[in-house]
Design a binder for this molecule. Structure first.
Ligand SMILES: *Cc1c(COP(=O)(O)O)cnc(C)c1O
Length: 431
């Protein structure tokens, strides 16, 4: 370990050589804050406030209803979808930005079940991981109840064995929200297809953090949110992608007027659009879409500096650095929950305290770090899994020096026992 103990001099050199460094200036971040929570709520891109103000004052205030046409409001979900598409390996016209991840998941999973069962009515099971983000499991459970299907929860190592003849859809998050573990989308999709199973990928913790190849992997459906690594703002509209071979094969269940082939014909009968437009439901939040649209300019700038491949390279450098720095500065005090192998790691690092530290201290450590301006978050454990400290690394704006400083703060929070203070041990509603 000693030979690789990260130093500030080394981090300065890495920052000086970082081709993505200009991107930092595209964000507003509070002075002195080290923001390691871009996997929960991305930072504010500088261009957003002005754009939103302009949409409010000019498009809404002056042009009013005319803005649905003149400002392109009506087409905005598809236009923003077209900007997200290259970031997730999808084609133009294949993605729409709308609703929430939970709602899009309901639409996509329902459609996937309809398609799978049209081929083989005996396929009545949705398989997902027990450790998947709870809303994915709740939506899947509700939908299964509604349709007389069954949700079967597995551990990651049971994936291959779970692809049984009664399975319709495999629903996975590409990167696990809790551990940062990354699935090999192409390999898993190929295994699912070989077993006659459709795939639905949740990209919430991978979109904007690493290159994604939906088309290359031949995936079937995908959903994801835009307020994490895509920096669209709190509650920003989510997205949904459906492979073109499936898109017109069935109705999605929330067949609202925005998914109609001709919404302004106002016909009493539903006639779905033939493309991804049918996955829209009703009127979309234009102010939030405008914020997201402006936020995506950051990725245009990133594209000129090496794009998602460069972002991925830096993300791995940052997470490698944090893992090495914590091992060097806090020896024996944390176990690494996130996989070490690059091919199995998203853009976050999760730690769990070892028995060298007092039981139940993870929450207070995170609170003490936050008081020092190092923003991470805490996810409670249960009977099966330990409490974790979760740190997200956004390569768009983080420097190597900040990452090393964060590890130094973590060391100091432990050595001073700062985390034992009562003020760091009061639970808030959002952890
Ligand atoms: C963040 C996240 C969600 C959030 O869903 P919302 O509908 O936006 O609340 C869903 N799934 C995963 C895997 C997530 O990480």
């Amino acid at each position: 370990m000693t030979s690789t103990t990260p130093t500030m001099a080394r981090c300065q050199a890495l920052d000086a050589a970082d081709p993505l460094r200009p991107l930092r200036d595209l964000f507003t971040l509070p002075e002195g804050m080290i923001y390691l929570d871009g996997n929960s709520l991305g930072a504010l891109p500088r261009a957003v406030p002005e754009r939103v103000a302009q949409v409010v004052a000019r498009q809404w205030g002056q042009d009013l209803i005319g803005s649905w046409n003149s400002a392109g409001w009506f087409a905005l979900p598809r236009r923003v979808g077209d900007r997200i598409a290259p970031l997730i390996g999808a084609g133009p016209g294949e993605v729409v930005a709308s609703d929430t991840t939970s709602v899009n998941l309901y639409k996509a999973l329902s459609a996937a079940l309809s398609i799978a069962q049209a081929n083989d009515a005996a396929r009545r099971v949705v398989v997902s991981e027990r450790s998947n983000f709870p809303t994915d499991l709740y939506i899947a459970e509700a939908l299964c109840r509604e349709r007389g299907c069954q949700l079967r929860l597995i551990e990651a190592h049971e994936l291959q064995a779970s692809l049984q003849p009664d399975v319709a859809v495999l629903l996975l998050s590409q990167v696990n929200y809790r551990t940062g573990a990354l699935h090999d989308m192409a390999r898993v999709t190929a295994a699912a297809h070989a077993a006659g199973v459709l795939t639905l990928w949740d990209l919430c913790h991978s979109a904007g953090a690493l290159p994604i190849g939906l088309a290359a992997a031949d995936a079937d459906f995908a959903v994801g949110c835009t307020y994490k690594y895509l920096n669209g703002g709190p509650g920003a509209p989510a997205f949904v992608w459906v492979h073109p071979r499936h898109v017109a094969r069935c109705w999605q269940p929330l067949a609202g007027w925005w998914g109609h082939a001709q919404p302004f014909a106002f016909t009493p009968e539903y006639e779905p659009a033939m493309d991804i437009t049918r996955y829209q439901c009703g009127t979309q939040p234009i102010l939030s879409l405008a914020a997201l649209d402006a936020a995506l300019d950051v990725f245009d700038a990133a594209e000129k500096l090496g794009g998602m491949a460069a972002l991925r390279a830096k993300s791995l450098q940052l997470t490698d650095l944090f893992i090495a720095a914590v091992a060097a500065e806090c020896p024996g005090q944390f176990d690494l929950v996130t996989p070490r192998a690059h091919a199995e790691r998203g853009s976050q690092v999760c730690l769990t305290p070892t028995s060298q530290l007092p039981a139940g201290c993870a929450y207070a450590i995170v609170q003490a770090l936050i008081a020092r301006g190092v923003i991470g978050d805490f996810r409670a454990g249960d009977a099966r899994q330990a409490d974790i400290l979760r740190f997200g690394f956004t390569p768009l704006y983080l420097s190597h020096q900040e990452v090393l400083q964060a590890a130094h703060h973590l060391r100091d929070v432990l050595s001073t026992k700062e985390y034992t203070q009562p003020r760091f041990n009061q639970r808030h509603a959002v952890t």
